[in-house]
Design a protein around this ligand. Structure first.
Ligand code: ADP
Ligand code: MG
Length: 650
């Protein structure tokens, strides 16, 4: 019964092929036990009314879809049990597709559209381009290589589609209503092209409902309600040497590289430049905030640590009051005698008692309130604080209750008019005259922000007698010689004072422990800032995912075309992941730049900024990882689509 039975082994063979669709309760048999053999070099037209099953047949012939039951052999290979990638290979090696609506990629030029099947076949770029240009030339599109589909007429677009179908030099051309969307003249041209291709020895399978179009073929298969109702030779086919499949070309096995995917990604992103920019913005802000916030956090930490270190970490500070004792301000048991006893301990070079109060200072007509601290000559060493002008008071001044004062830079600046040398002048401290004998070096803002230079230092003895009253002190500051033994020394002070006071009405703290507390506090702050920033980065990532999901939905048909031209699951996956990765990498780079720029700008305004590499690497890494993760999910969804489903989408 088969008219071409004499031609040897069939190229394509269907046996009892059923393709059924489930629609609700009903099962529709779009193909019902179809048997068909197609031999190399035939030009077959499949005709039938709309809904008769023509497209279903073509999809199965082209390995875009597979039978629900029955067998289909391509070149002797049964497609049953083949996975998606093997089917992709079969498509790539055997078929070129021409669709009714051309299915060109709107964002790519004619030349790039023609190249696509060769990209998935792994052909080198130069050869690809040369062949694409040559094919377009042959099809009368010379000079139109750089045009996009919307710059071409319908007939020209269909010719680009024909060139694309020929790119991998397939032995079989499958054309589903190729003239359906064309005017009669363009339709004639396309039919003549198909005739020429047949003349070259290609097997042509043409699907149409138009008898005039079908008349170009040499064999006519009529289909109705999913069954073949007639199959006849209408004219003698030309005896051409059939084109053979090109299985497993060496280079055909190479994967299209990441570079190709990146290029396609850039193109896809450029098309929707506004949407891409908004997505980018999310990532940029996320990365920039991580970089800036952590720099601010680190800067603030560094600031505090510097201030504490400036005070000196060799200090132990004894203060009245301890946990459990109420009203530590009333505790007046700490004395200068305690300070002397502490000074006698091992590993302590100086210990000075200090007593402070607020007093009004006066020089000439200027009144100023400041903190007045009574202390001893060891103060400069204990506080690691030098005298800038004049000198500090001595043991003799202390012993003689000398009315002398050393003032801080701030006090000097406020009390004395420009041009008056403070050293040697007399000032009133709470109505008691003191002679200024020195000015301390500038120390700046202390831990907590108070101005450390806003101070007047006087001998403790003088202060106790003439200003403060009583012989107790507010604090004892001790300077530790060997910092590695600071814990033992602290314990020794505690033991000594406990023995002297018969109770623990004081506490000893080291600057090192304050440093630790401050560091912990600052780390918490940095963590907090980092968390806020990380959240904004996450939000940016969700933006990428959203865009990728929209992308996949919008471009389902494009995915179908790519699959029809031989793209593997992996190729589709790679392409969409690459798009997400490109957005995120770009966003990461821009975010780092913006973050550093913002940091530098803040620095100009006096904010402490310390850039470190880890946050930059972390933020950038997170951005790229976000892209890969959030890009992967929609990409996988895209890659798992069946080619027919993808092609059928609007
Ligand atoms: P033709 O291309 O000849 O117009 P099709 O092959 O597209 O016809 O369709 C054949 C039959 O299968 C029709 O009845 C159609 O409604 C049905 N069909 C096609 N695709 C699907 C599908 N995805 N789901 C359900 N029914 C389908
Ligand atoms: Mg159809």
């Amino acid at each position: 019964m088969t008219p071409a039975a004499a031609k040897g082994r069939p190229l394509l063979r269907l046996e009892k092929v059923v393709r059924s669709y489930q629609s609700g309760e009903q099962t529709i048999r779009a193909l019902n036990e179809v048997g068909l053999e197609i031999y190399p070099g035939e030009f077959v037209a499949v005709m039938g009314q709309s809904g008769s099953g023509k497209s279903t047949l073509m999809n199965i012939l082209g390995c875009l879809d597979w039978p629900s039951s029955g067998d289909y052999w391509v070149n002797g290979e049964n497609v049953k049990g083949k996975d998606a990638d093997e089917l992709a290979r079969l498509r790539r090696e055997t078929f070129g597709f021409i669709f009714q609506r051309y299915n060109l990629m709107a964002t790519a030029t004619a030349e790039e559209n023609v190249e696509i099947p060769a990209i998935y076949a792994g052909k080198p770029r130069a050869r690809r381009m040369a062949r694409a240009v040559e094919l377009l030339g042959k099809l009368g599109l010379k000079g139109r290589e750089g045009h996009r589909p919307n710059q071409l007429s319908g007939g020209q677009q269909q010719r680009v589609a024909v060139a694309r179908a020929l790119m991998n030099d397939p032995p079989v051309i499958l054309a589903d209503e190729p003239t359906g969307a064309l005017d009669s003249k363009s339709g004639e041209e396309v039919m003549k092209l198909l005739g020429d291709l047949h003349g070259e020895g290609r097997t042509i399978i043409l699907i149409t409902h138009d008898a005039q179009v079908a008349a170009h073929a040499h064999r006519l298969v009529r289909i109705s309600d999913g069954r073949i109702v007639s199959d006849e030779v209408t004219s003698k086919g030309r005896a051409a040497k059939p084109v053979q499949a090109h299985p497993r070309e060496e280079e055909g096995m190479a994967l299209p590289g990441f570079g190709e995917a990146a290029k396609m990604a850039m193109r896809a992103l450029k098309v929707n430049i506004f949407r891409t920019s908004l997505t980018l913005l999310g990532i940029v802000i996320g990365v920039a905030s991580v970089v800036t916030m952590l720099a601010v956090g680190n800067g603030s930490k560094q600031n505090v640590l510097d201030q504490i270190s400036a005070v000196g970490t060799n200090l132990l500070s004894v203060r009245p009051g301890a946990p459990g004792i109420r009203g530590s301000g009333d505790i007046i048991t700490l004395t200068q005698a305690d300070a002397r006893a502490v000074e006698g301990l091992d590993n302590i070079s100086v210990a000075e008692g200090e007593r402070s109060g607020r007093f009004t200072l006066r020089y000439g007509n200027t009144d100023y309130q400041s903190t007045v601290t009574g202390t001893g000559p060891g103060f400069t060493m204990a506080r690691n604080w030098a005298v800038a002008e004049g000198s500090f008071f001595t043991d003799r001044d202390v012993a003689g209750y000398a009315p002398v004062a050393v003032i801080g830079k701030t006090v000097a600046g406020i009390l004395f008019p420009y041009g008056v040398e403070p050293v040697g002048q007399y000032i009133q401290v709470g109505n008691v005259p003191f002679q200024v004998i020195g000015v301390m070096a500038e120390k700046g803002a202390g831990f907590g922000g108070q101005d450390q230079d806003d101070v007047v230092l006087i001998p403790l003895s003088t202060g106790q007698v003439r200003l403060f009253g009583g012989n107790y002190v507010n604090a004892i500051t001790a300077y530790v010689t060997d910092i590695s033994k600071i814990d033992d020394t602290q314990a020794a002070i505690e033991d000594l004072l406990k023995a002297r006071h018969r109770q623990e009405d004081f506490s000893v703290r080291s600057m090192a422990s304050i440093l630790q507390t401050a560091t912990a506090m600052q780390n918490t702050l940095t963590m907090l800032l980092g968390t806020v920033a990380a959240i904004s980065l996450l939000v940016g990532g969700i933006g990428v995912m959203n865009i990728m999901l929209v992308n996949v939905t919008e471009r389902t048909r494009e995915i179908g075309v790519r699959m029809a031209t031989g793209a593997r699951t992996f190729d589709i996956l790679l392409q969409f992941i690459t798009e997400a990765a490109v957005v995120c990498t770009l966003g990461g780079v821009m975010g780092v730049v913006l973050g550093v720029a913002t940091g530098l700008a803040l620095k100009l305004f006096g904010v402490a900024i310390v850039f470190t590499l880890p946050p930059v690497v972390l933020a950038f890494g997170c951005a790229v990882a976000t892209g890969l993760v959030f890009g992967y999910l929609p990409a996988r969804q895209a890659a798992q689509l069946s080619p027919v489903v993808a092609l059928a989408s609007e």
